[in-house]
Design a protein around this ligand. Structure first.
Ligand code: HEM
Length: 462
């Protein structure tokens, strides 16, 4: 690799060397294809055959160490459980569970598991329709009883539920959750114009300007504004993050509590910096997490992830405690209602409290980091090229003036400013390689045969 610490750059160099727009190579055990052509990238992203995701350490850790749904055999299952003692299992201590129609297999599993993990005695769940064995703390029971219940024959044991959230899920689970969240978050302002959301963003922007003009008001702001010095990117945090909180829960954090948001944004950034588009070295050498947890980025991933989960746990618990199914106050209510309905009617649902936590995490994640990074890069660029800064100023003064905040109505009259924002995203792409996709079906692409990849297992890398 020619450009250390620049994965995108090094792959582009490789593509140039082979004079191709499609590079195929093995990244550890992963047969990988990288596309470097705008038209082909678009074609690839619209191709449903490539809508799969990978079972990588970042995804597992985020999802309490659950894995993409699949049926595997008993011995693999035991090996898995042996490898993931509770202390490794993220905050919930998730270890794993298995269900089987055959009581003897369940009994064998209990015995086998007891050998491996003495701190958490595995136990059977006789009341479950099939014989379920659970090892770990009761969060797994929630998973089972929340409808993700499967059966398998005596040789097969299902240890796996789908991973959670949007980013790292695929197939039916992803389709349902993605469609539902986009559809109903829209009712509360996501992806469209909505008066109350615009009012929140405007009011938080005013606070931001006040902070810059008049200095800090609360201790947490001392770290962001020091005289003429302003700490980017966190200075931009609040309008976007409170905007998301408003969509989820129709509430916002007042200025006296901004620290909660600043801390969350810092933790989210820790997560982001602990990895890269491919999941970092941890993807192909996951054992680094035990040998070099700090250097490999694992500690930061864990810390950042936990902060996001804790943040939403509180908000969701409150929404659950005050939930009234006859009245939807916000997106969380709509989600909870659907989850409870499916739980009682169809018995098998992709909705759960844990999934809701990860949905919120996935939509908050870019709002707590990405947008601020884009704006920070733009400011850096216009400091280096003041002639661009002058033109942006001229447009703002002409269209908006100095007496009011801009609104979305001004957007169509500000083509230069918009072009600059778009150009900085092209010039400094935040996710240069995109999020990796898994080929779910064998297909032809750009003249090459792309094989189906049934299941990339994180375990294969141990
Ligand atoms: C700041 C600029 C942003 C950039 C550069 C960016 C980039 C990306 C990229 C490259 C993907 C992967 C797409 C794929 O290959 O499947 C993605 C997915 C996603 N982004 Fe963004 N994003 C940005 C802002 C946002 C914002 C503001 C939100 C939400 C508030 C958001 C929410 C998501 C979600 C939920 C996904 C997962 C989609 C899925 O897997 O179905 N992004 N983003």
């Amino acid at each position: 690799m020619k450009q250390l610490n620049n994965l995108g750059g090094s792959l582009r160099t490789l593509a140039a060397e082979y004079n191709t727009k499609i590079v195929g190579f093995y990244l550890g055990p992963y047969a990988t294809v990288v596309i470097d052509d705008p038209k082909l990238i678009k074609k690839g992203l619209y191709n449903e055959d490539f809508d799969g995701r990978l079972d990588i350490i970042v995804a597992r850790m985020r999802s309490y160490w659950k894995t993409l749904g699949d049926i595997i055999n008993v011995s693999t299952c035991w090996n898995l459980l042996k490898r993931y003692p509770a202390s490794w299992g993220g905050s919930s201590g998730y270890v794993g569970f298995l269900t089987t129609k055959t009581a003897s297999v369940a009994n064998l599993a209990v015995k086998g598991l007891s050998r491996y993990d003495r701190s958490y005695t595995p136990f059977g769940i006789p009341s479950a329709p099939s014989h379920s064995v659970l090892c770990g703390i009761p969060v797994c029971f929630t998973v089972i009883t929340s409808g993700l219940r499967f059966t398998a024959n005596s040789k097969q044991v299902l240890t796996k539920t789908t991973m959670s959230g949007i980013f790292f899920t695929d197939g039916y689970f992803w389709h349902v959750q993605r469609r539902f969240t986009l559809r109903y978050m829209r009712d509360y302002g996501f992806g469209r114009r909505e008066e109350s959301l615009e009012a929140v963003v405007a009011s938080e922007t005013k606070e931001m300007i006040d902070m810059a003009r008049n200095g800090p008001k609360y201790p947490a702001e001392n770290e962001l504004v020091k005289g003429d010095l302003i700490c980017l990117q966190h200075f931009f945090d609040v309008p976007f993050m409170n905007g998301m909180v408003h969509i989820f829960a129709r509430t916002t954090f007042p200025r006296s509590e901004y620290k909660v948001l600043f801390d969350l944004a810092r933790a989210t950034l820790l997560f982001q910096r602990g990895t890269n588009d491919f999941g970092g070295a941890l993807t192909i050498t996951p054992w680094l997490k035990d040998v070099l947890p700090g250097y490999s980025g694992y500690s930061n991933l864990k810390k950042g992830n936990q902060a996001l989960l804790n943040f939403f746990d509180k908000i969701i618990k409150h929404a659950l405690a005050t939930h009234d199914k006859t009245y939807d106050r916000h997106f969380l209510d709509v989600y909870i209602k659907k989850w409870k309905e499916e739980e009682t009617t169809v018995k098998k649902t992709t909705f759960s409290e844990h999934q809701l936590q990860l949905v919120c995490t996935d939509y908050m994640f870019p709002a707590a980091t990405g947008v601020q990074s884009v704006l920070t890069f733009l400011l850096e660029r216009i400091l280096l090229q003041p002639e661009i800064q002058d033109k942006i100023h001229e447009e703002i003064d002409r269209v908006v003036g100095r007496d009011r905040l801009p609104t979305l109505d001004d957007r169509r009259n500000m083509p230069y400013t918009e072009a600059c924002i778009r150009e900085i995203m092209r010039y400094e792409p935040l996710v240069p390689l995109g999020v990796p996709h898994r080929a779910m079906k064998a297909s032809k692409f750009g003249g090459y045969d792309i094989p189906e990849v049934k299941y990339y297992s994180y375990d294969d890398n141990f």
